[in-house]
Design a protein around this ligand. Structure first.
Ligand code: ADP
Length: 155
């Protein structure tokens, strides 16, 4: 079975992310959604809550698992025996960033290939940072999140 790693912050996980995962399942037998832990940056939703909510969302999908990792994505992928990194592309800004990341990751481990899927046009404007901003100003953010995803947030 071909396995892929979908790494990111997912703070929060949006409809755009969910779309990449669903479409990725056409290519890969199993996808691990891996939340990269950044010691310097705590983020908005606590990592434990990001994991809990995603595991709940995908509890009936045996081809998707959810995990966290510290350090470099390629090191985690190698430890897990995963050879494909799945990423999503929205804009030319994403392109620059993803190209750079893919290049560095290939230099670190040439056995690991990055596979990029283009966003659906109607999801291209969704980003975690915009959703966080909307939440900050008291907006209901559910329309930006995949159906069934619920975060338990304090305050
Ligand atoms: P990171 O902090 O590593 O950029 P993110 O959680 O922001 O992680 O995103 C993870 C991946 O999902 C990235 O490849 C990003 O480009 C992609 N992505 C984010 N939002 C969308 C979207 N609306 N459509 C398609 N891909 C997306």
């Amino acid at each position: 079975m071909t396995k892929a790693l979908f790494p990111g912050s997912f703070d929060p996980f949006t409809r755009g992310h969910a779309d990449i995962v669903q479409r990725g399942l056409r290519l890969f037998g199993h996808i691990t959604i891996a939340i990269g832990i950044n010691e310097q940056k705590q983020g908005w939703i606590p990592v434990g809550e990001r994991v809990r909510a995603l595991r709940e969302l995908y509890k009936d999908e045996p081809r998707i698992s959810v995990d966290t990792y510290n350090g470099l994505t390629v090191d985690y992928a190698r430890q897990q025996g995963i050879r494909f990194i799945l990423r999503g592309l929205r804009t030319h800004k994403d392109y620059e960033y993803e190209l750079g990341m893919a290049d560095v990751n290939r230099q670190l481990d040439s056995d690991i290939e990055t596979v990029v899927l283009f966003t659906e046009a109607n999801l291209a404007n969704i980003s975690s940072s915009v959703v966080r901003e909307l939440a900050h100003f008291g907006h209901d953010i559910h329309r930006w999140l995949p159906e069934g995803l619920e975060y338990r947030l304090k305050g």
